[in-house]
Design a protein around this ligand. Structure first.
Ligand code: ADP
Ligand code: MG
Length: 256
């Protein structure tokens, strides 16, 4: 089986400061990879490079596209990249406001993505939007409400519906449960886990919360000072961390 994503030598500096340095890994179809590490360790820099939101100074990111075959996300034309972003890739932001259109109804937020991949029949779009709202536990009678009228947890569930409705193959998530109440986080995490499994999604999840990787991630990368210092199966790394830094992280001594 070919990896769905093969990252090699991903490096990004901010002037003299290192964001992330020489990161490489393979992600296989249906796998969820967690990226953990204390604040400032380079998690977001790496994720944003992978997701095309930040241009790395060096490296390659091979994506095994269903439509375009294996392609380097860093050398695609803008049009090819946008096509992939609409169809095969998705990004769930920590702050739902960054991933939603706040001035558009909940149904519109979901339906818009369907139109982006060619759906035109209004009744079908509404029906599909409705079924996705249901899937993320948003009551049907909220379909015409704007996200600003929703709670934080509901906004995040809407962002997830908006991003998954087109059936992407690879989803990037940056602290998907960050900034929510603990009880809301647990429910969202359950929902995410169910969707990832049902849809057979491949995903890369950045989180400071080891409970999130425990539940979602098959494998993890532990980052420190822009580098990966430990990598492996989630249970192995968390139950038997080899690197002293990972041991501190697991013992919650470090402020993640
Ligand atoms: P994390 O997501 O793990 O908290 P980041 O990727 O945000 O880490 O940051 C990694 C390093 O890069 C840190 O030293 C941070 O200060 C630096 N950094 C991140 N973004 C910028 C930026 N826009 N300008 C300058 N330095 C940055
Ligand atoms: Mg970050």
């Amino acid at each position: 089986m070919n990896p769905i994503l093969r990252a090699t030598g991903i490096t990004r500096r901010y002037g003299e400061r290192i964001g992330c340095a020489d990161i490489g890994f393979d992600l296989y179809p249906g796998e969820v990879m967690g990226i953990v590490g204390e604040s400032g360790s380079g998690k977001s820099t790496l994720l944003n490079c992978l997701a095309g939101q930040l241009t790395p100074d060096a490296g390659s990111i091979l994506f095994d596209s269903a439509q375009q075959g294996v392609c380097d996300l860093l050398t695609l034309s803008e049009m090819q990249r946008r096509t992939l972003a609409r169809t095969e890739l998705a990004f769930v932001h920590q702050n739902p406001r960054d991933g939603l259109r706040m001035s558009v109804s909940a149904g519109g937020n979901v339906g818009e993505r369907l139109m982006g991949v060619g759906a035109r029949h209004y009744a079908n779009i509404r029906e599909q939007a409705l079924s996705w709202l249901e899937r993320v536990e948003i009551p049907a009678d909220r379909i015409d409400d704007r996200p600003s009228q929703f709670s934080g947890g509901m906004q995040q569930r809407l962002q997830i519906a908006r991003n998954l409705v087109t059936g992407p193959r690879l989803v990037f998530m940056d602290e998907p449960t960050g900034g929510l109440d603990v009880s809301v986080q647990a429910r969202l995490l359950d929902l995410l886990r169910g969707l990832v499994r049902q849809m057979g999604l491949s995903a890369i999840v950045v989180t400071h919360d080891l409970a999130v990787v425990r539940l979602l991630a098959d494998r993890i990368l532990v980052m420190k000072d822009g580098q990966v210092i430990e990598a492996g199966l989630t249970d192995q790394v968390l139950d038997d961390p080899h690197h002293a830094y990972t041991q501190l992280l697991v013992a919650s001594v470090l402020q993640a």
